[in-house]
Design a protein around this ligand. Structure first.
Ligand code: SF4
Length: 174
């Protein structure tokens, strides 16, 4: 009974996280910056413009690269911090995919589990760039990507492959 309850909670969280991620993706469409908008963050502005101008093939190439980079980062960081992935690895996969999306569109892996009024400003601020300040200071990952041993959802896994990320997150195309 307790096990069923536990699984149900993970499933609910997984649904909420996926919904949050989808909202983030939708937001990235609706809040695409007009070219005349003022940016002091020229490097990331260039990344955003470049991502907007990309063909589908170019975007897929960038996503493939970013997905590999964020998967490698996650596996390395989980080892450094001695944390674990969630029992349901689709949680990690969806978060890694969201980080990769932001790396392509913003030039930095802004946390994908939050809503932002202005993503470019948040990326510039850096507080929520992964690993975010709460994670670096207190090992708090509200996305449940990096779980401490005392977290009831922590599983045994400390590694996720690029194939798992793609399969469990539904691929990498928007
Ligand atoms: Fe988001 Fe912070 Fe977790 Fe990275 S460490 S996934 S930025 S909550």
């Amino acid at each position: 009974m307790a096990k069923i309850c536990h699984r149900r909670r993970i499933a609910v969280f997984s649904t909420v996280l996926t919904a949050a991620w989808l909202v983030g993706i939708a937001d990235s469409f609706t809040s695409a910056p007009p070219l005349v908008r003022e940016f002091r963050f020229s490097g990331r502005l260039q990344a955003t413009k470049a991502a907007d101008d990309d063909t589908e093939e170019e975007r897929n190439e960038k996503m493939e690269k970013a997905l590999k980079a964020m998967t490698n980062f996650s596996n390395k960081y989980i080892s450094t911090t001695q944390t674990k992935y969630c029992q349901d690895k689709s949680i990690a996969a969806v978060v890694i995919k969201g980080l990769a999306e932001h790396k392509v569109s913003l030039g930095t892996p802004l946390c994908p589990c939050r809503f932002y009024e202005d993503k470019e400003a948040e990326a510039k601020d850096g507080y929520w760039n992964c690993p975010c300040t709460p994670m670096r200071e207190r090992h708090e990952c509200h996305c449940m990507l990096f779980l401490t041993d005392d977290n009831q959802f922590a599983g045994p896994e400390t590694n996720i492959s690029i194939e798992e990320v793609k399969d469990l997150s539904g691929g990498f195309t928007k």
